[in-house]
Design a protein around this ligand. Structure first.
Ligand SMILES: Cc1cc2nc3c(=O)[nH]c(=O)nc-3n(C[C@H](O)[C@H](O)[C@H](O)COP(=O)(O)OP(=O)(O)OC[C@H]3O[C@@H](n4cnc5c(N)ncnc54)[C@H](O)[C@@H]3O)c2cc1C
Length: 339
């Protein structure tokens, strides 16, 4: 939910980003490359010559040392987006109501502060699509980068309820639609409800489950009514909601929200029952620096800025057309036309 095509890229043998560094370091060592990697030394500024060409960067290390690093071949910006920069989110947002001074929760790395975008803009780069900020509905309510030890993420089987215990959205809708629906609730948060079978917690270590419960990241009950009480929700309301959801799972007919896909066996029937509180968080940013297909950074007239390149999330549109508001409209029209 959120991209043009399903895609998943990860380094062989690793689940997360550390794998990229493993292979990068291995390659560097095997080839005996003379590359000096400076950790905790963020670039702060681009260096340009008299003609405006980019010839290096200024970077400041944790210990206060300032480096002026010159490059014969130019500079490649690969500094990600600006999900972790509330000020920039408020400046560019047009769809989520983010206000100046608001601290926006995010689930990205704390380094995603839009530095590359700001450095490029300072030397004349054009920016595009900056208002296209992707929120993600399943952020932790307690601590966005929290590892509680237990996580429920079983997209096709889950039921989302608001703080009154009522369904409020088609749970298989796009992350944009779900986030907007959450923000429209009286309290802008919700719970994922699931059961022993669908939660993936049946074989989970009890100590990890307890830790998550104590942390407020998970609620558990032997009946739906007991779960509702733990969540602070009216038991009869949650029971009625679960009954409606189970009926929709069984009949593939969701009279409330028209949800069309349910995994087989996704009824919420087997105790214990679980709820995870969640709220939308800034996830990735879609707009950014304008480049040509070869990665040259372009100015407002479409001319390449000599010596400046950009790649990845810092570039406008690298996350695919459907992440743009207009892209989603095109996709929706295509789906409607195909019906
Ligand atoms: C929780 C989460 C789940 C995701 N899941 C998926 C998925 O399933 N599939 C998918 O395709 N995409 C997914 N994405 C999106 C994907 O992670 C990003 O699109 C991708 O990581 C962008 O890669 P990048 O190299 O451009 O930037 P990043 O991976 O963000 O790396 C940028 C790096 O630059 C560093 N940096 C920033 N400023 C400076 C500076 N001034 N000087 C030096 N370094 C700096 C940052 O600290 C960071 O380490 C997910 C994103 C999140 C947050």
């Amino acid at each position: 939910m959120g991209y043009t095509w399903p895609r998943w890229v990860f380094p062989d043998g690793f689940e997360r980003g550390t794998g990229y560094f493993y292979y990068m370091t291995k390659y560097k060592d095997e080839k005996n490359l003379d590359i000096d990697v400076k950790l905790n030394t963020p670039a702060t500024e681009l260096i340009t010559d008299d003609s405006g060409a980019v010839t290096g960067v200024v970077a400041v290390a944790d210990d206060g040392t300032t480096y002026r690093i010159h490059s014969a071949h130019g500079v490649l910006l690969a500094t990600g987006g600006f999900s972790a920069n509330s000020e920039m989110l408020a400046k560019y947002d047009t769809q989520w109501g983010i206000e100046e001074g608001q601290q926006v929760k995010h689930d990205n790395s704390p380094g995603n502060t839009g530095d590359g975008i700001r450095m490029a803009e300072a030397v004349g780069a054009a920016l595009d699509g900056m208002e296209n900020i992707m929120m993600f509905p399943m952020g932790s309510v307690n601590d966005t980068n929290d590892v509680s030890g237990v996580g429920i993420f079983n997209g096709s089987s889950n039921l989302f309820v608001n703080t009154k215990g009522e369904r409020f959205v088609d749970e298989t809708a796009s992350r944009f639609e779900i986030c907007h629906a959450v923000f429209a609730q009286e309290v802008p948060m919700d719970f994922v409800i699931t059961d022993n079978l669908n939660s993936g917690l049946a074989d989970e270590d009890e100590a990890a489950i307890q830790k998550a419960i104590e942390h407020g990241s998970l609620y558990r009950g032997d009946t739906i009514a007991e779960l509702a009480e733990a969540m602070g929700v009216e038991p009869a309301t949650l029971e009625a909601t679960v009954a409606q959801y189970n009926e929709a799972c069984r009949t593939y007919h969701d009279e409330l929200f028209g949800r069309a896909t349910f995994a087989d066996g996704s009824e919420i029937v087997e105790a214990p029952f679980y709820a995870t509180p969640q709220n939308p968080v800034a996830h990735i940013t879609i707009g950014g620096i304008v480049t040509d297909p070869d990665g040259h950074v372009l100015d407002a007239e479409g001319n390449a800025i000599p010596g400046l390149y950009a790649a990845g999330e810092t570039v406008s549109g690298s996350c695919g057309i459907s992440a743009f508001a207009y892209g989603r409209a095109i996709a929706k029209n295509m789906v409607n036309a195909a019906k």
